[in-house]
Write a protein that binds this ligand. Sequence first.
Ligand SMILES: *Cc1c(COP(=O)(O)O)cnc(C)c1O
Length: 471
Amino acid sequence: MNYLSTRGHPDRKRFCEILLEGLAPDGGLYLPDTYPQVDTATLAKWRALPYAELAFEILSLYIDDIAPADLKAICAKTYTAEVFGTEEIVPLRELEDGVYLEALSNGPTLAFKDMAMQLLGNLFEYELTRRGAELNILGATSGDTGSAAEYAMRGKKGVRVFMTSPDGRMSPFQQAQMFSLQDENIHNIAITGVFDDCQDIVKAVSNDLGFKRKYRIGTVNSINWARLLAQVVYYFAGYFQATASDDKPVSFAVPSGNFGNVCAGHVARMMGLPIQTLVVATNENDVLDEFFRTGIYRVRGAVDTHETSSPSMDISKASNFERFVFDLVGRDAARLRQLFVEDLGLNGCFDLSADPLFKQAAERFGFKSGRSTHADRLATIRDTEKRFATLIDPHTADGLKAAREQLAPGVPMVVLETALPIKFAATLVEALGEEPPRPKKFDGIEALPKRVVKLPADAEAVKAYIAENCD
Ligand SMILES: *Cc1c(COP(=O)(O)O)cnc(C)c1O
């Protein structure tokens, strides 16, 4: 399997070459040069597999530079009942007739990002050991990504994590999750500033190519292909649980920010998984909903990005969206460059509303969308508690609201549960008047000793800290 760049760079790469990389050299995103096709007979064979074996079958279609026995062992070590809480790993439950919740949030940090990040940790360790190399992961987080990365990389050979976060801006639970880690290879850096300052620092450090090379700086952000690939697996697992045979269509509703999660659904659908509709659910930051309604993709500036009660979806541009648009324009890299480099670069916007292609987003690729507000979120959380005695987090509530607007008779609708309510306790309290229950292993974490340094919003200070802590 070869990987290409959405912006047309002539090089082709193998999986392990792009595993530790971010963007392609021309600024594009990596995609496989074709989507392997899965027929009904294969689906029937996979239906009965345990999750780790299903993961191996799917990953091995895309990874041919890790020995199959090694890849199988990596999957078996990653997707265990100890780490994810159940034998099913992603259990499905029916909420009401035809509407299901797929639990993706029972990993170490209680958000779906663990599904991919836990695999990434094991793949990184494997590949770095094979190369005899080291990697220093530098990241910026406002919550879920940073903790998922730290829990995936803690104690891993060859990897250090330097994670910046805005000082005092994460929920106390999220701070405690990250800062209570005592592993030597995990470094929490609280920046005096906001999330954008953290992101600017990461960019500034990564743009210093000399520093980047000398200290082997890498990232684990959502454009990483391996993360996206790991997420493809739970669309298959959700499909098998929602159906009894392999010719019935299923739809998915996906709380979306950077378009990574739902892009994995797109890949599953391109492989031939019978997905009818992919519902892209957004909050007040509705860049994606606007595109799927109007054909206009208009990125926002920092001042137009709202701080909402589903904060992990507070994005101004969707970093994985380029992958889908590449398929939408028939993999025409010149056209893609015109949209993402010229139109977006010059005007912050591209407009496909009058182009026949736009209709295909829904008709050929199955995309629909929806949007919710803070009031919708509270109402959905209350309604779900009242009618089904089930607590959902604010992001999942956005997904459920959008899902209900797109139900089709006879087609199961699977809503992806992207976090557990305890991570966003304040909004649950606002909706229901009480704290959500907390899994036992997190009892009292706020009181544990914290391992964190405070630094000013200054890339030089962060560089100095990294240099000091790499020997
Ligand atoms: C990251 C995240 C999302 C958004 O996922 P994308 O892949 O960025 O679209 C939604 N919900 C939660 C809880 C998240 O942590």
